[in-house]
Design a protein. Structure first.
Lengths: 328, 273
């Protein structure tokens, strides 16, 4: 087999794995958008905040230590213990649920029936606020996140592909793990929405608020629920990304990669978010590999947006989005 | 039976009418300058079919929206099953056993007929979010019980053939019927129907009338319904409230109302739309 084809195949596989992360972030957007019509600009910052909280709890960091020290003249930074990863994850989930409740209670409860643009602006405010809270709570230094996810080249894949094609594929264990986790997460979400009472209520709210109210569904309960789930999805995405490249501000920028994914997949489609993420992941890696060298590289910065623009022009509802029909 | 009757009797066709289930006292509802309801009082008796009629814009839907918690009146009191009701959110009203349909049909268009009717059971489901994940068996049993209840209603309303059809593909008349099925799935004490027969052809209207009467006589469900068409109302209802321009202009049995001069004027003289 020619080397170029093998390289391309390896690039594609790696793209697929990168795409999984885009899919996860996009999924968080879709969940909230479907249930409440809010385009949550803060999704990326939520991933950052969740990862920061996870690291902070694991390392036994004292939250708001700078603030506390400044006020009381103390000098505390750590509790002096380390929290086991699983316990820390559970505590972080609880923090994200609390966050969901606060967001509903103090922001969106007061913005019922407002224009989508107002809701969007509120989430921009929320994003910057949360970023500040994250800094204040856990400090702004780059943190290493180690929750025990395996890292480094997968030997088995390398040796198998080497035996088969005479060329060993380099696939990172972390990426394989991430894919595995994402698949499980999506499976759980699908089961939840199809087979539980809350899932049915969530779909009902996503479909028609008035009808949902009439069958006894509390909208604010469902909104807290989706923000919690989106917070959980953000935690998963933030943990994987954080384990890969450290927990730092740039993590919140993965949200920017989720935008083209949404344009591709449609803002209301869960399968769309998943497939869209994978297409963008594979597309940008493959494009960089094939076309990058001819035009000076760095195509990964813009490829996703150009692809999304093409989609906007030719299929504005996205891959799986509901057809936009003008009502007259 | 006379106007303002306090109930507790058996109808000529053998149904039991009980005491006052719901009492609306001096309800006033305004939208800016528009007075949608002006100092309206009437009651609904256990087990009766109560109709609200009147020309377009009279305030009928507004009245139903007050009962179901969608609108909060500026003045007045709602007394439900003997005690004054605080101003509840619509979903809380649903949990009190009051189900409704909408004038402009509010179904979950993206779901199948079966799923739509299943949402009607949400108030009946007790298993919490975590126990559902941990004790899947209990949740499953609950799901099966609810499915059985829903299948009965689907049979009752003769929509077996479209159980799996996405609601968005159904014609208007069938949508109205599915919406009734969803409301019935909640096994309500009080069923509110906003123009259940509007936009239907004669045959569909006859079917719907039959279903409404059957629901009332077989399940003993109290029904308050809005209807535009005087003729239909006369056949269906035990007592009628007549509204015009946000005011109540008549209240009594169909016969009493039909012979009320103010009602005749409202219906003959004017069309407000
Ligand atoms: N949500 C609302 N906002 C403003 N005005 C309303 C609203 N709902 C009803 N109205 C007004 O209240 C009056 C009564 O309307 P409605 O209750 O729908 O009448 P009906 O159902 O008898 O046709 C109308 O003048 C209508 O415009
Ligand atoms: Mg109306």
């Amino acid at each position: 087999m020619p080397d170029q084809v093998l390289f391309a195949a390896e690039v594609m596989l790696n793209g697929l794995m990168a795409g999984v992360l885009y899919s996860l972030v996009a999924l968080g957007f879709v969940l909230i958008f479907k249930a409440s019509g809010i385009f949550n600009y803060a999704q990326g910052v939520m991933a950052l905040f969740a990862a920061l909280t996870l690291v902070g709890i694991m390392d036994g960091q004292v939250p708001f230590s700078h603030l506390i020290n400044a006020i009381f003249g103390t000098n505390i930074h750590h509790f002096g213990w380390h929290t086991p990863a699983l316990l820390a994850i559970i505590l972080t989930i609880m923090v994200m649920v609390l966050f969901a409740w606060l967001v509903q209670r103090f922001i969106f409860r007061h913005l019922v029936n407002q224009e989508p643009i107002i809701l969007f602006m509120a989430t921009i405010g929320l994003a910057y606020f949360l970023e500040g809270v994250g800094d204040l709570m856990w400090g702004s230094d780059i943190k290493k996140l180690d929750v025990g996810i395996p890292k480094g080249m997968n030997e088995t894949i390398e040796s198998i592909t080497h035996g088969a094609f005479g060329y060993g594929f380099f696939i990172d264990n972390l990426d394989i793990f991430a894919t595995f986790v994402a698949v499980i997460l999506v499976a759980i979400l699908v089961c939840f929405s199809q087979y539980t009472k809350q899932g049915r209520a969530l779909r009902a709210v996503a479909d028609d608020h008035q009808a949902a109210l009439s069958v006894g569904i509390s909208l604010s309960y469902i909104w807290i629920l989706v923000w919690s789930i989106a917070g959980f999805v953000a935690l998963v995405a933030g943990t994987i990304w954080g384990a890969k490249s450290g927990v730092q501000f740039s993590l919140s920028l993965i949200a920017l990669k989720a935008l083209p994914v949404l344009m591709l997949g449609g803002f209301t489609s869960i399968p769309g978010a998943i497939i869209g993420g994978l297409i963008i992941g594979v597309g940008e890696k493959l494009f960089e590999f094939l076309v990058g060298p001819w035009i000076g590289g760095a195509t990964e910065n813009w490829f996703a947006y150009v692809l999304a623009l093409l989609f906007l022009v030719f299929r504005p509802q996205g891959l799986f989005g509901e057809k936009i029909i003008e009502r007259v | 039976m006379s106007n303002g009757s306090e109930g507790n009797f058996v109808t000529t066709d053998g149904r039991n009418i009980g005491g006052v289930m719901m009492e609306m006292k001096n309800i006033t509802l305004r939208f800016g300058g528009v007075v949608a309801l002006e100092n309206i009082s009437f009651n609904i008796l256990e087990g009766e079919v109560r109709a609200i009629i009147g020309p377009n814009g009279a305030g009928k839907s507004s009245m139903l929206n007050v009962i179901s918690g969608f609108y909060i009146p500026q003045e007045g009191e709602v007394i439900f099953q003997g005690s004054p009701r605080p101003s509840l959110k619509p979903f809380e009203v649903a949990h009190q056993g009051i189900a409704r349909t909408f004038q402009n049909i509010a179904l979950f268009e993206g779901m199948s007929v079966l799923d739509n009717v299943m949402t009607g059971r949400l108030t009946k489901m007790k298993t919490g979010i975590f126990s559902q994940m941990i004790w899947a068996g209990k949740a499953e049993r609950e799901e099966i019980e609810n499915r059985e209840a829903v299948e009965k209603i689907i049979d009752f309303l003769e929509i077996q053939a479209i159980r799996k059809t996405p609601v968005s593909r159904l014609p208007y008349g069938l949508k109205k019927r599915v919406e009734l099925a969803r409301a019935l799935a909640a096994e309500p004490n009080l069923l509110l129907l906003d123009e259940p027969m509007a936009g239907m052809n004669v045959e569909e209207k006859q079917d719907m009338s039959r279903f409404i009467l059957d629901v009332n006589s077989e399940f003993g469900t109290t029904i308050a319904l809005i209807e535009h068409d005087m003729g239909v109302v006369m056949d269906l209802s035990d007592r009628v409230v007549v509204m015009d321009y946000g005011r109540k202009i008549g209240d009594g049995t169909p016969d009493e109302v039909r012979n009320n001069q103010e009602v005749i004027d409202a219906y003959l003289g004017v069309s407000h739309d």
